[in-house]
Design a protein around this ligand. Sequence first.
Ligand code: CP
Length: 322
Amino acid sequence: MRSQLDGAGGLRHLATLDGLGRDMLVAILDRAESYRRFPGQPAYEGRELAGVTVSNLFFEPSTRTRASFDLAARRLGAHVLNLDMQSSSRVKGETMLDTLYTLEAMNTDIFVIRDSEPGMPDFLIDHVAPHVSVISAGEAHLSHPTQGLLDVLTIRAHKRRFAGLKVAIVGDIRHSRVARSTARALGTLGTSDLRLVAPAALLPEEAEFAGAQRFTRIEDGIAGADVVMMLRIQKERMASSAALDEAAYFREYGLNGERLRLASPSVLVMHPGPMNRGVEIASDVADGPRSVIREQVNNGVAVRMAILAAIAATLTRRRKPL
Ligand code: CP
C-alpha cells in the first residue's frame, strides 16, 4: 500500500482509510467538529487554503460529495476548479495523465477524483508532482474515505463512543464503497459488532469485512441495533439489474417503521444518499425522528474541510519557494 503520509507523519494524500490509525482518525474528526456549523448558522470561513488550487474531477455522478468538496475548499479560501468531465478533452481521447499534467501546469495543488475504475487514485498518486496531493471522492466499489469519516463523525456526535455499539449495514453491500470505508473507520475506532444484512447475492465475498456477522433476514440483523445504515441498490455496478423487483425488495429488506421498532429505541437511521425512497427505505423513516441523514450531509462538508486543511498543512512543507 502506498504511504498517504509525508515524512513528518502529516496527511499527504487520501485514497483509502486502510492504514490510517485511530489517532489520525480522531484528529480528523476533532478538526471536522471545529468546522461544523448547523443550517441557519453562519458557515465557517477561514484562510487555511489561501493560495491553494483544488481541481475537482468527477467522472461519475455526484451531488453530495462534489458540492461539499466545492463548498469546503471555498470556505477555507481555496481557488476551486470544477471540471465538467462530459465536456473535457478526455472525451476527445486525451489520457488521464495528460489531463493531470495539464491541470498541474495551471498550478493545481490538490486533485479530488471520483472514478469508476479501481486503482485510479493510486495511479494519480504515483504520477503527480512532489508538491501535489490527491484525495479520493469515491473509487469504484472499493473505497469512499470521506464518506466513511463523515459517517463516524455523525455516529460519534450522538453516541460519544464506538466500543460496544451494534451497527447494522443493510442493502447492496457487495457493490458499496461506502460500506467498505465506513466499516473500516468503525473497526479502527473500536466497533466490533458489525452486522451485514442483504440478500445472499448482495453480500460481499467471505474474505471481506473480517469479523462481521452476516444476515439474510433484516429482522435478525437489525434487532437491538444502535445504528442502522441503509444502502441503495447500485444498478450501475451490476452486469444486469433487469430482474430486480423493487417492490419485492422493499417487502423483504425495506426499512419501515414496524421493522425499525426491532432496533434500539435510540437507534440512528443513516443513509449515505442518494436514497431510493420506497425501495430500501420508507419515506416516513427517512424523514422520521430517528433519521440523521441530513446531519450526515452537513458533516460531509466539515469532514472535507478537515481533510483539505490537513493536506494543505503538509503542502506548505513541500512547496517550492518563489
Ligand atoms: N454519498 C455520496 O457519495 O453521494 P453522492 O454520490 O451524491 O456524492
